[in-house]
Design a protein around this ligand. Sequence first.
Ligand SMILES: [Cu+2]
Length: 113
Amino acid sequence: MRLLALVIAFGALALGGGATARVQVVAKEYSFALSRTHVQAGRAVIELANFGQDPHDLRLQRVGARHIAGLGVVAPGTQADLSLKLAPGRYLLWCSVANHRALGMRATLVVSR
Ligand SMILES: [Cu+2]
């Protein structure tokens, strides 16, 4: 019963206005696959999960903005979370290790208001 109450409370939170969007980025040699490519503006947690055999990192930049956010290198078989606030726009995500971006480790995330 207590568990059910918790589940309901969590569901209400997830539907509420201040919900945090979660996006998982699966990194492999050499691709970035996003669990979702559209989120609402606001708080977000982006998880970089390294399913590959080499270290990878994450860079994220809103098109037209100068600031680049990101995560340091994540070892194979591990993951890391980046918490941030996303303004509406189009974001480019990529791995900045060596030439991984050119090899295909890039993706686009659209943030709507
Ligand atoms: Cu990489």
